[in-house]
Design a protein around this ligand. Sequence first.
Ligand code: MIG
Length: 753
Amino acid sequence: MDFKMLGPSQSVQQKSNKLIIKTAEAEAHITIYSPSVIRVNITRQPAGADESFAVIREPLAQIAYEETAEEIIVKTSALTLRISKSPLRFAFYTPGGELLSKDDDRFGTNWQNSRVTNYRELQADEKFIGLGEKVGNLNRRASSFTNWNTDASDHTPKTDPLYETFPFFIGIHGAVTYGFFLDNTHKSYFDFGASCDDQFIWLGAEDGDLNYYFFGAQTVGRILEDYTWLTGRMEMPPLWSLGYQQCRWSYMTAQEVLDVASKFREHNVPADVMYCDIDYMEGFKIFTWNNETFPDPKAFIDKLKAMNFKLVTIVDPGIKVEEGYQQYDEGVERGYFATYPNGENYIGEVWPGRCHFPDFFREDVREWWGAAFTALTEPGVEGFWNDMNEPAVWNQNMPWIVKFGDKFMPEVRNVYGMQMARATYDGTRKILGNKRPFVLTRAAYSGTQRYSAVWTGDNTATDEHLLLGARLVNSLGVSGMAYVGVDIGGFSGNPTPEMMVRWNNLGIYTPMYRNHSIKDSDYREPWQYGEENLGLIRKFIEDRYRLLPYLYSAFYQTTQTGLPVCRTLAIDYTHDKAVYYEDYQNQFLFGDGLLVAPVISTALTAKVYLPCGDWYRLSTGEKFEGGKEYEVDAPLHDMPVFAKAGAIIPQQNVIQSTQDAGDGILEIHVWNSTEPSTFVYYEDDGDTYNYEQGTYHKRNITFTPASKTVTLSSVEGGYTSKYTQIQVVLKGFEEVMKIDMVDNANDEIVIEW
Ligand code: MIG
């Protein structure tokens, strides 16, 4: 074993925008991406290609530094990096000199053969959030994790790793915050003082560079803004995908899908999306339809469309080895599949049997894959569900000798799913022209938000998973992924009726609201649990549709700032200890104004913590003072949700599908406060990219309690709102007050009472 510690600096030089420090073992390359984002890349392959799947930005600033006998100092307006020369160690401070994070003086960075690890000082009160799709507590302190994208079916609330890799975390101690992104795609490890007598945090990877981006902004929100500036933000999702989605493995025939869709309409349960899981294909061959069970895909989808439903179909990466199957023949002929080093195509078994795997790291392969979606888009599919892309093969152990281009599997496994989602997104966006595709992927790496939504894979119908799901969504949110779903009801097993009811209540407040279940499970549609429960679930789904104007604006905010839709309380109340307590760690803000407290199905009361400020129970209007814990009622029809004082929640009437026109009234619910508040309202056609050319409708809605007014600023953008009238509804006042409706004009509107 070749063990090497990063030793003393031997030379310091500036090369264009890089500061390069050489030691006997390695080179450290330091670049300034922005005043609050500094990259440190400690590499033993300085001549190697500098590629990233995640990062889409170039350094903004030239590097400037001071040098003394002991130190090199890099300063920006937001960060100070002090580098001790002997041995080479890195320490980040605020401009005022407060420590953010530094190497452990003893161990710093070192190597065992190709394995690289970094040891960092741990502060006594330090907490950590992030790392994306990871089980465990909101606060990652005293836990350790591995990144190795895995088909984790039957995972438990303790299983690690799951399907996705986000090597990004936020550290919090004293009054400071910082972010750390290890951009290394190899199998990687993070240990937050878990296994070392609480002496340090350590992180590293099996191979590659200690290549990290350090974020120095002093709020979690601004760190997320910087992180999503660096790795990209999502674009506006199609509005229909924010409606209720009904899935199952599988609705076996076109007729069954149509029957389920029409039952939604019969029962007056709003819904927008039906899914086809793997059984719509012929022999699980991607880009085919089963002739017998889905004989006329276009006629089938036309009927769905006539009921105002969209269809999402699944695709897996594995291409069946079968002569005469177009994707197989073309892929073999053009050499598009992963190979062994001798050039033979790798074969692994999945649903179709023996399969080859497209090399999504090649642009021509991505284009080929993307173009093949015409088999789905021509009959009318608009959503594309990417499964099994960890990549999964039976028994999980894809040999290390499998090559994707010049890279072996262990180097690129964690980004394979992301590249598949990228190929799917690019391809379907091209084919659909001006329409927004909806892409959903199971495996992901940092930056996947640019292409796709994710869901959290095969959960189980238990209350523990219900709570875990909320934490996973929140954790993905602080890792750049705002558009996230969990299988409502739990994928494996059968939920009790109570659990199904509760989980649907939480579904309202999940960015993607999709009901899905495993093969041979009991049917899960809202009407499967008796009249009374149907009533409850219908009401929840109706609430989701009422909230769509608010939710759509929350997504807009994500596209602009990277702030997620579901926000762990650690984002806005970072330094409040109570938000990390196990009792309260599942709570989150849904958009700017609503606080959601998930509760299991067997508890009818709940302990909740309301952070500073005033809050109102959404269902009753009851007022609560913040900074306190409460025991509140949590009956099955009313999981605790609170509106923040000053919350502005634009709503609409209940519609059965986002394609329904609705009554044209935008209700602006305003929750009483002594302080003024503002909400950024955003609307567009929900379906096309015209917003990129300015066809959107955006205005600030401001509540000013002192003057008893709600003001809508004049509209920015060229889109005409679909709401012709506006009605302000005042809540948390002596009584609920509905103010007279006004026309939704584009000029400033002042509503007084
Ligand atoms: O080996 O397509 O997570 O959502 O229903 C299982 C069948 C493959 C796993 C996905 C699940 C999906 C299922 N898939």
